[in-house]
Design a protein around this ligand. Structure first.
Ligand code: WQD
Length: 338
């Protein structure tokens, strides 16, 4: 049986496809290539010795989706990564995000239902918690997204749980990621954002590679050990492996389950800068600037539920995350290139 991976040429998607193929699973990848490149499939083949079937499909094309399920009747589950994910962009272009992320998911679920595929693992985000009342964060904490991107994740979680409530044959696994960073140890796949990165690690990578002059540290007056923002950074390969555990659990359990995927440890911006300097032997120039609107002081997971029910926990620490990021950056100074 096969797993359909939407957004499978993206950062987390590509690492998950590599883990699926390495574990002997059949993966079929669809992506509209709006924020990734088809050459990622070549890299996956170099890592695993296998090349997944690929179809360029946009989730806003219902007929295209139906054709995939008709062409590959062996699909029995879906891992759904495809979606727009830039918080700042979602604030300036909310309609784009609501249409793409929500309408796309509805189209996907309708195509799944028509094909009789009723198992889905969904890529959600810790952003659904907004500013938590306390840390570490458990899955039963209040949900209060603070931007349209986070709202789309919340709405999609509710859509999926409503589908599962209406049809007891559905299995829904919602995975709330904290801060995915790092890269495959081969250095062949990694994070390759377009333009100026919004997120911390890709920005630091560009500073280390001489593409950007200096890191701006957004605020040093947060209520954290050194005043800079604290987050739960998790290695993308750890995250990828969690998806295989979630697939296995969804094969055995019907209904909806939600899991926080983090290490349970928080690191500050300056902790990350120090770790990246240690991994590369480089100095990362930075300056303290104003807070970024919407940022929170600290956010890290209570990973107990995933450990107990998925039999999964993060294995890699911050040094390995930075070493693997640095290797990807050194081997691919221009990412996947043009
Ligand atoms: C991390 C820390 C910043 C950039 C976002 C999304 C979340 C998820 C992960 C999709 C914060 C600081 C950052 C910079 C900085 N994405 N920072 N200078 O904001 O925790 O989460 O990405 O699912 O949904 O909200 O990640 O990497 O942007 O920021 O000082 O140039 O680094 O203030 O403390 P964030 P981030």
């Amino acid at each position: 049986m096969a797993v359909l991976v939407t957004g499978g040429t993206g950062f987390i998607g590509s690492h998950t496809v590599a883990e699926l193929l390495s574990a002997g699973r059949e993966a079929i990848v669809i992506d509209n290539l709006s924020n990734s490149k088809e050459c990622v499939l070549d890299r996956i083949e170099r890592i695993t010795g296998k090349r997944p079937a690929f179809r360029k499909v946009d989730l806003l094309d219902p007929e295209g989706l139906e054709r995939v399920f008709a062409e590959f009747p062996q699909i029995d589950s879906v891992i759904h990564f495809a979606g727009l994910k830039a918080v700042g962009e979602s604030v300036s272009k909310p309609l784009l995000y609501y249409e793409n992320n929500i309408f796309g998911t509805v189209n996907l679920c309708k195509a799944m239902e028509k094909a009789g595929v009723k198992r889905i693992v969904f890529s959600s985000s810790a952003t659904v918690y907004g500013k938590p009342d306390s840390v570490p964060i458990r899955e039963d904490f209040p949900l209060r997204a603070t931007n349209p991107y986070g709202e789309t994740k919340l709405v999609i979680e509710r859509i999926l749980s409503d589908i599962a409530a209406a049809d007891p044959e559905w299995s829904v696994s919602v995975l709330r990621y904290f801060n995915p960073i790092g890269a495959h140890e081969s250095g062949l796949i990694g994070e390759d954002p377009k333009g100026i990165p919004n997120n911390l690690l890709p920005y630091i990578m560009k500073v280390a590679g001489g593409k950007l002059p200096c890191l701006s540290v957004f605020g040093s007056d947060y209520h954290t050990h050194d005043g800079t923002g604290v987050r739960d950074y998790i290695h993308v390969v750890d995250l990828a492996k969690a998806h295989l555990c979630a697939l296995d659990r969804a094969a055995a359990v019907k209904g909806t389950e939600v899991f926080n995927l983090g290490t349970g440890k928080g690191y500050s911006v300056l902790d990350i800068v120090a770790a990246y300097e240690k991994a590369t032997g480089l100095k990362i120039p930075y300056r303290i600037t104003d807070r970024r609107p919407g940022d929170i002081d600290e956010c890290y997971a209570d990973p107990a539920k995933a450990r107990e029910l998925l039999g999964w926990s993060a294995q890699y620490g911050i040094d390995r995350m930075c070493e693997d990021s640095a290797r990807w950056q050194r081997m691919n100074p221009d990412g996947y290139g043009d």
